[in-house]
Design a protein around this ligand. Structure first.
Ligand SMILES: [Zn+2]
Ligand SMILES: [Zn+2]
Length: 332
């Protein structure tokens, strides 16, 4: 009998689904690409035919211009070559999906990036039982346990209210994290206008077009220092320490990322208020998900694979690492 999943090949530039002649999240331009979500380490420009959710295609169009893309709604199965393909919510960012593949009675799920805790900006992760679960492991170490999101948002609000002459400047990745911070603030009852850096504007608009309510937003370019005092300002992480922030009223520098668990990372970026808010599964979410899905095999991609592999083996699940290149943690 053939090895389980022998029709799926792992190459440095991505996962190749042979009976469909298609690549998943390839790092090089390919004639047929299936894209899990819009982050630039997964969704690149220059492919031939792209298959992705409507939201992901819209994000790709926003970043790379018109796409030769076919939108696929969640949970709809289509046949490509000899493979049945279905996109299922991954709970990572707007439009993010796991890709479920079926071929000759075997089911393989490619998780893409995912998380299990609720996120007001996207559909919740759906566990799909399968033979092979190909999982990310960005935070695949037991030290990574993300705290409750509401508690982190409360720390932000507490700091904001402590000194109304200052603003709190939050560094958050422009796709997903920025909009999530805004909606989490709204969920905690924060109704004031939130200011944003120009680099976040187009994605804010895209989220709003897809029905995500972000409340009152204002561009920092059209505001005075005084107006922004006592307000939250959102910018991409790269803008936290650049000249641009000098026009803000004495900012308290904050950053929202799973990496803020590591003090040294916060210090490197001169972050005064580290907020541990992640769009990736932490250790408990990774292991809980594998327990729930009960796959025969787990294949582990980008991240700290070793510990999760060991955990799988101690739970009688066969596990291996895939050495894919080009996946960064820029979305965190
Ligand atoms: Zn991502
Ligand atoms: Zn990723």
């Amino acid at each position: 009998m053939a090895r389980l999943g022998s029709w799926i090949e792992s190459h440095p530039e991505g996962i190749y689904v042979r009976p469909a002649d298609a690549w998943i999240d390839p790092s090089q331009p390919k004639p047929r690409a299936w894209i899990t979500h819009g982050h630039s380490d997964h969704a690149r420009g220059g492919h031939g035919a792209v298959l992705a959710t409507t939201e992901t295609l819209a994000i790709m169009q926003c970043r790379y211009g018109p796409q030769a893309g076919q939108p696929i709604p969640y949970d709809e199965t289509i046949r490509v070559g000899e493979v049945d393909v279905r996109f299922v919510p991954a709970g990572h960012v707007l439009g993010s999906a796991q890709i479920v593949l079926e071929h000759q009675g075997e089911r393989v799920v490619v998780s893409g990036d995912y998380k299990r805790r609720p996120d007001p900006t996207c559909a919740c992760f759906v566990p799909v039982p399968c033979d092979i679960f190909i999982t990310e492991a960005t935070f695949g170490l037991p030290v990574f346990r993300h705290p409750d999101t509401g508690g982190e948002i409360d720390r932000l609000l507490h700091r904001l209210h402590a000194d109304p002459s200052r603003c709190v400047l939050v560094g958050a990745y422009a796709l997903g994290k920025a909009q999530r911070i805004i909606t989490e603030l709204r969920a905690r009852g924060h109704r004031d206008a939130i200011y944003f850096h120009g680099a976040v504007e187009r994605l804010n608009q895209l989220y709003q077009q897809f029905g995500v309510d972000l409340g009152e937003l204002r561009h920092t370019a059209s505001a005075t220092k005084q107006e922004m005092a006592g307000h939250v300002v959102i910018c991409p992480p790269g803008a936290l320490n650049d000249r641009w922030s000098r026009r803000l009223p004495d900012p308290v520098t904050a950053m929202a990322s799973g990496w803020m668990r590591i003090r040294q990372r916060a210090r490197q970026r001169n972050v005064e208020l580290p907020l541990i808010i992640s769009d990736h599964a932490d250790w408990d979410e990774l292991t809980m998900t594998i327990r729930e899905i009960e796959p025969t095999e787990v294949w582990i991609t980008h991240g700290r694979e070793e510990a999760l592999k060991h955990w799988c083996m101690t739970h009688q699940i066969k596990a291996c690492e895939l050495n894919l290149v080009g996946y960064e943690d820029e979305d965190e």
